[in-house]
Design a protein around this ligand. Structure first.
Ligand SMILES: Cc1ncc(C[n+]2csc(CCOP(=O)(O)OP(=O)(O)O)c2C)c(N)n1
Ligand SMILES: [Mg+2]
Length: 911
């Protein structure tokens, strides 16, 4: 590298290199390394800019002489920690003795108790001062410890602890952080590993967005994310680190509990997870603080004049460190210190017991305090604290650092006694009180020093945590109907797609004088595909640093405009990131007391199937907002092929209990659905639900919403999921090739159901049925099979459980009852979508859909291939009529021949 730069003083350079060579020769590599490190440190002090090295030696980042004064009462904090440790273990154990197999975790919290307690006693801010406090993402498997602290604080009762993992009674404690099931307590779901850290990064990003846009003052609030070292394996954990580095999110702190173990065994048995993580985080622009060794190691390091201890620390793999955590002092002396006489001498003055008790940094309260303090003072960078701990710490030799530790859920009486002694709780938990199956809980009485201290600290730090608070806010004035009525007018002769209609509605919403600024449009990298260039030019892309360059299209009206106060979140090519951003804004009503209306538009194929787990988290966290799956439909998106053609997202969305799923065909349907959604999200009685709309890029003239009572009926039907779009067709003439038709009224009847662009197919088939086969069909827009199914299931249940009540009829059954003949549904998704309502059909029901892998071709070719074109709909109707004796088999055969259907081709979905 440097040889490409001119050397202005080769002699001086040679002198420096020679002296360095001499050090290596005379004093060895360790000393040479030391000198280099010193020089780099000096360079940093003198602000000589030099690219950061990715890793540092395996020692604490903060040297002993730079540790701040510890302001707490260490003795009493240790007592409090002991109570919490005890109650956490007792709760899980009791639950498992009572209900075999109910599960729970002992070892995760046991390793991270000090990590949390330093936070609770000195850093995490609550909300009792009217502020929003700190946003803390607790490691999912550490939840027993968080419940145990809430119990010690008096926030949870013994009875509640005894309902750990038994939620059905209504008063139980969820196994993990689930705001859906314990909405006054948990705030951020984390247990699906990787999603917590990802969401925390975007939470920090969204906090800045809200601040820059002057919507919420989030300036003093920190986001803390606690995660496991094994969790770093998840791509979601580390995939967005660059966002935090790039945007200088110094409101964000990660604490990684590096107990060197995951569920099965060591995280990096042959390597060093802390060193690997350090390099990853540093490379992404994070401030890294390593807390590896407890205070007792400081003296040893101070005497390590030959650097042999440091070498040993650097060269010992994690698997070995795990082993030391299970071994005696003699073993450690022999294997860690033993091989090198200089090392052995370093610990001559220590007994075996001393050696065994040399603690790791993550259990050393002062070291952690120093790290947290530094992290909270860091400016311009997010911080990660990598704290080395022992998994199952204090739980005794049969549990600590064992490979099976994660799975241990019950403790024997002997183990509990040992734990009690280790925690010095003989007075609080006397022998006679200790029953293995029902170990007692312990809460320090009110007025006791521990209780006073504990509540005093939380008072200073603005109240308890976690605590989910939904503040009452004055509802916004909902957008004037003009924003929506634009959708109701139709497009005349002009062809438009539902995506274009939606983009226009979005622009109307953003321009709304009351609601507009709270709308947060989100896209990964597809704004152009969805026709959002005008929106970008108008409201600009959020960019924390503004636009520091002249955009290439600066002379155009539709230019790529970035701004510190920009409204559009263009998150780059990261569906997971965009979804995490959406989640942060979808919950800002709770987090920041500021309801927002996030509207996330994505390529529908890269929606639920890509980030389905985040969508599940969105339901858990009670998010409110609009998801729009654009370029939807397996045959409507032409020319893209198998990995782009979405033929199943409405089905994937339908399994999410928080989702309202709609598949609109026309602009006015979008208007009706969105008007309802905006009211239910932002209105006076908001619902903790989200909406999923599929949007297409096929252009056709958009019909208007009918006026008056007819329009009202359509509106109601659109929201319920089904309404009649076209009356039964007139059948007054039958062409020469067809069978004898009858005049309308006595003609054969059928009903066609369509959704989205398949309305064209249905209407064409309706005309062909009338003209060629004397069948009068009506056509219905099925805007949501999922809503229809939910209604039908509710009715079915009510009927089942109330045998004497009058039989209620599901909406879908009732609606379709006023016509006759077979029902044929045609969808651009797999047939399971319309089949959601098959069970409530009182007429013969056939569904045509696009099962199988997508293909690239023209729409016409694809619809023929997947057997969802008008000809196939006609054949399906005739076939059903023939089954009912209302048509001859010959008619079906004639239709197949007439429309040139290859009846002997293979199923399109068979490969
Ligand atoms: C996405 C996902 N995959 C798997 C699991 C199951 N699981 C729970 S805890 C765990 C190991 C956790 O190890 P680590 O992150 O190191 O946390 P520790 O308990 O050691 O602190 C696994 C695999 C999960 N909860 N989420
Ligand atoms: Mg771990």
């Amino acid at each position: 590298m440097s040889h490409q730069l001119p050397d202005i003083d080769p002699e001086e350079t040679a002198e420096w290199v020679d002296s360095f060579d001499a050090v290596v020769d005379a004093q060895g590599r360790t000393r040479a390394r030391f000198l280099l490190m010193k020089l780099l440190e000096r360079a940093r002090t003198l602000q000589v800019d030099f690219p950061a090295t990715v890793s540092t030696p395996y020692v604490n980042t903060i040297p002993r002489d730079q540790e701040p004064w510890f302001p707490g009462d260490e003795y009493i904090e240790r007592r409090i920690r002991a109570y919490i440790r005890w109650n956490a273990a007792a709760m899980v154990s009791r639950a498992n003795y009572r209900s075999e197999g109910i599960g729970g975790h002992l070892a995760t919290y046991a390793s991270s108790a000090a990590l949390y307690e330093v936070g609770f006693n000195h850093f995490f801010r609550g909300k009792s001062d009217g502020g929003f406090g700190d946003l803390v993402y607790f490691q999912g498997h550490a939840s027993p410890g968080i419940y145990a602290r809430a119990f010690v604080e008096g926030r949870l009762s013994e009875d509640q602890l005894d309902h750990f993992r038994q939620e059905v009674s209504g008063q139980g404690l969820p196994s993990y952080p689930h705001p859906r099931l314990l909405p006054d307590f948990w705030e951020y779901p984390t247990v699906s590993m990787g999603l917590g850290p990802l969401c925390a990064i975007y939470q920090a990003h969204a906090a800045r967005y809200l601040r820059h846009r002057e919507l919420v003052d989030t300036g003093t609030n920190r986001i803390w994310a606690f995660l496991g070292d094994g969790e770093l394996d998840e791509v979601e954990s580390i995939g967005a680190l660059g966002v935090a580095g790039r945007e200088h999110l110094d409101n964000l702190i990660f604490v990684v509990n590096c107990n060197l173990q995951r569920l099965d065994g060591p995280v990096r048995g042959n390597g060093k997870i802390i060193q690997e993580a350090e390099a990853t985080f540093r490379g992404a622009g994070w401030n890294v603080i390593k807390v590896i060794w407890g205070s007792k190691w400081d003296d040893l390091l101070a005497h390590d004049v030959d650097g042999v201890l440091l070498d040993k620390m650097n060269n010992t793999p994690d698997g070995e460190f795990q082993k030391y955590a299970t071994e005696t002092g003699a073993y450690i002396r022999e294997h860690f210190f033993g091989p090198d006489p200089r090392l052995r001498r370093l610990v001559e003055h220590l007994s075996d017991a001393d050696l065994q008790a040399l603690p790791r940094g993550g259990h050393d309260y002062r070291k952690l305090y120093a790290a947290y303090k530094l992290a909270t003072e860091q400016v311009g960078q997010p911080t990660v604290i990598l704290a080395k701990t022992v998994k199952g710490w204090t739980l005794g030799p049969e549990i600590e650092a064992r490979n099976a530790t994660h799975q241990i859920k019950k403790m024997t009486k002997a183990q509990l006694l040992a734990l009690r002694d280790r925690l010095y709780l003989q007075e609080e938990i006397p022998d006679e009180a200790l029953d293995a199956e029902q170990p007692p809980y312990y809460r320090p009485p009110e007025g006791s020093p521990a209780h006073e201290y504990l509540s005093g600290r939380r008072k200073v730090l603005a109240g308890p945590l976690p605590s989910r608070v939904v503040r009452a806010v004055t509802p916004y004035a909902l957008p004037a109907t003009k924003a929506f009525s634009d959708m109701f007018a139709g497009s005349g002769n002009q062809a438009a797609s539902t995506t274009m209609a939606f983009a226009r509605l979005l622009r109307n919403l953003v321009r709304d004088p009351d609601l507009g600024r709270y709308v947060a449009p989100i896209v990964p990298d597809e704004a152009r595909t969805f026709g959002l260039e005008p929106l970008i030019a108008e409201t600009k892309i959020y960019a924390p640093e503004g636009q520091r360059y002249t955009p290439v299209d600066s002379d155009l009206i539709l230019r790529y405009a970035e701004d510190r106060k920009g409204q559009v979140l263009q998150e780059g090519i990261t569906e997971a990131g965009a979804m995490a951003s959406f989640i942060a804004l979808a919950t800002s009503y709770a987090t920041w007391g500021r309801p927002m209306l996030p509207i996330y538009l994505f390529y529908s194929m890269f929606g639920f199937q890509r980030v389905g787990d985040l969508a599940w988290l969105l339901g858990d966290i009670r998010g409110r907002g609009i998801l729009a799956g654009c370029t939807a439909g397996r045959t409507t998106l032409q020319g893209e092929g198998l990995q782009h053609d979405d033929g199943h997202s409405p089905l994937l969305a339908s399994v999410n209990p928080a989702a309202h799923v709609y598949d609109p065909a026309f602009a006015y349907e979008i208007g009706v659905i969105m008007e309802d959604a905006v009211r239910r999200i932002m209105g006076p009685e908001p619902e903790d639900r989200f909406w999923y709309l599929t949007l297409y890029n096929e252009n056709y003239p958009m019909p208007p919403l009918p006026d008056g009572a007819a329009g009202d009926a359509v509106r109601a039907g659109v929201l319920r999921g089904l309404y009649r779009f076209a009356e039964p067709a007139e059948v007054d003439a039958v062409d020469a090739g067809g069978k004898a038709g009858k005049r309308n009224g006595s003609a054969r009847r059928a009903t066609l159901l369509f959704s989205g662009p398949m309305w064209q197919v249905a209407m064409e088939a309706r005309a062909m049925l009338a003209a060629h086969w004397g069948v009068s069909a009506d056509a219905w827009s099925a805007t949501s099979y999922t809503e229809l199914r939910e209604d039908a299931l509710a009715v079915e249940r009510a009927n089942r459980l109330h045998p004497h009540a009058e039989r209620a009829v599901p909406y879908v059954t009732e609606a379709l009852d006023d016509s006759t003949g077979p029902v044929v549904a045609v969808t651009d998704y797999l047939r399971a979508v319309p089949d959601q309502v098959a069970r409530w059909m009182t007429r013969p029901f056939t569904s045509l859909g696009t099962d199988g892998f997508g293909r690239s071709d023209t729409r016409a070719a694809l619809r023929r291939f997947f057997e969802v074109d008008a000809a196939h709909v006609v054949v399906a109707v005739l076939s059903a009529l023939a089954d009912a004796g209302d048509a001859k088999r010959d008619e079906v055969a004639d239709a197949i021949a007439r429309y040139e259907i290859d009846a002997d081709s293979a199923d399109p979905w068979s490969d």
